[in-house]
Design a protein around this ligand. Structure first.
Ligand code: ADP
Ligand code: MG
Length: 476
């Protein structure tokens, strides 16, 4: 098997979450279910109508460019990209050709070529039963950001990491929900293989894979193309084309030969003036960039001394990481020696578990960071055992009551009182002669068994450390 090296570049389209469309004031609502509701003569391409630029969309793209370290083009303009397709009402798409809003930048070590702004198309709905196609223009004219990378990526894993990090940054910037399954973020992969032949680097032809709408599809299509192109290159040349991804068969399929820029007959949009980006108070836009995921990860690693995988879980959601941070600072105030890991576990497994049982979102929960910290501090102080803590958390989640109140009302206090525990231990020893005999023969598992029995009797409220001591004392 010859040693091929993959070369991969990405083109990523992102629907921006502005209130209105890119060139008119029709609502931009991706949740609209009724077809052709959010339309007007402008986005339907009626003759005689004129576009106006949505400033919010321009600002969003500039903020993304700033977050990714790109240069904001001092002068920018829109261009017409001409092609015919039934979901494109004007017969052309307003896009940006030679003066994109953003030049350069980088993410995850991948150099960015450009970021520009254009408009989305409508959507065709095919009904194979009646052999008809219907068109819905609700999406036509929705602001679409396109980011193009240099071909710096070398593997499926790097491509997915890049796309995930970009998605997270878009969410931190609140410019898009960037949900791939909903088509709000769509990835196109460009991929070619290359190898050294007698000291000369031979670069194969690149293939484009369009409309990938999950991270799995991005990874799967790259893995598949690496194998397919290597196979083709054994005996011939890779054909330059656009392919699609069959998510069921897990293969890429040929769609059409790739078009060249000249096919689109780009020319400057005559209905929109070129403009200088300085008219947009760039200083203010810069100030509006929040702490971004990479910086926040660094800070969390240092401040909380958590392992990498845990930091990643927290930072994967801006609200979750903010909640954690607030709770951690409260916990520190309550008890400087408390364990941050306990807080992490109660937040990311127990509380998230409760949220997942219901249909509410994280921002709707009734528990405040301070109350969660309070619960963790009660655990750390040995006032409640884990089973009791879980019951209290559920109650907090359902009612919004504070942990101390629930603890008192339900009598879930941990039992650490020696004489009370000793009574239970003596009962268990009496009731389980076989286990006692086993333990005396050296079977340590029997001790765990008896502690479990005692815990049951105490309804989970016994302090396991103290119980163990008392058993050992009573069994010698
Ligand atoms: P085209 O002119 O064919 O559209 P571009 O050079 O504009 O190609 O690049 C489009 C995308 O293809 C970019 O994301 C770029 O990184 C990627 N790309 C360019 N050359 C290669 C290559 N040899 N192999 C894989 N991807 C490439
Ligand atoms: Mg485009």
């Amino acid at each position: 098997m010859p040693d091929y090296t993959p070369t991969i570049g990405l083109e990523i389209h992102v629907e921006l979450n502005t209130k209105t469309k890119m060139f008119c004031d029709s609502p931009n609502n991706p949740e609209e279910k009724h077809p052709n509701t959010n339309v007007c003569p402008v986005c339907l391409g009626h003759p005689g109508t004129l576009p106006t630029i949505n400033k919010e969309a321009v600002k969003s793209v500039i903020r993304v460019g700033m977050a990714l370290g790109g240069e904001i083009n001092p002068e920018t303009k829109f261009d017409r990209k001409n092609y015919f397709y039934p979901d494109l009402p004007k017969g052309y798409q307003i896009s940006q050709y030679d003066k994109p809003l953003v030049l350069g930048g980088s993410l995850n070590g991948v150099t960015l070529r450009r970021i520009h702004l254009e408009e989305d198309t409508g959507r065709l709905l095919h009904d194979p039963k009646t052999n008809t196609s219907l068109v819905d223009f609700n999406r036509a004219g929705v602001p679409l950001m396109e980011l193009v990378t240099e071909p710096d990526i070398k593997s499926a894993e790097e491509a997915v990491d890049f796309a995930k990090e970009l998605q997270l940054i878009l969410r931190y910037l609140s410019v898009s929900t960037a949900d791939m399954e909903k088509g709000q973020m769509r990835v196109e992969v460009n991929i070619s293989l290359g190898k050294w032949v007698k000291g000369v680097w031979k670069q194969g032809t690149k293939v484009e894979i369009k409309n990938l709408n999950s991270f799995g599809a991005v990874a799967g299509s790259i893995e598949y193309e690496i194998k397919r192109q290597a196979e083709v290159m054994k005996t011939g040349k890779v054909h330059q084309e656009t392919r699609g991804w069959d998510d069921i068969k897990k293969v890429t399929v040929s769609q059409r030969s790739k078009e060249e820029a000249q096919d689109y007959r780009y020319f400057p949009e005559p209905d929109l003036p070129p403009f200088e980006t300085a008219i947009l108070n760039l200083e203010e836009l810069k100030m509006s960039i929040p702490e971004l995921p990479a910086a926040k990860r660094d800070r969390f690693r240092k401040e909380f001394n958590l392992e990498e995988s845990k930091v990643r879980v927290l930072i994967s959601d801006q609200k979750l990481s903010d909640f954690f941070e607030d709770a951690a600072s409260e916990l520190k105030a309550l008890n400087p020696n408390s364990k941050i890991v306990t807080l992490f576990n109660y937040l990311t497994s127990d509380l998230i578990g409760l949220i997942n049982e219901t249909n509410i979102s994280f921002s709707e929960i009734k528990i405040s960071p301070e109350e969660l910290a309070h619960l963790v501090s009660l655990i750390d102080q040995g006032k409640i055992m884990s089973r009791g803590a879980k019951d209290i958390l559920r109650k907090m989640f359902e009612t919004g009551e504070d942990p101390e109140g629930i603890l008192n009302a339900e009598g879930l206090h941990a039992v650490s009182d020696e004489s009370e525990l000793e009574k239970v231990v003596k009962d268990i020893i009496k009731e389980n002669p076989a286990a006692v005999a086993d333990y005396k023969k050296g079977k340590t598992a029997s001790l765990q068994f008896m502690i479990g029995k005692a815990m049951n009797k105490l309804r989970g409220k016994g302090n396991p450390g103290i119980l163990k001591d008392i058993f050992e004392r009573n069994l010698t």
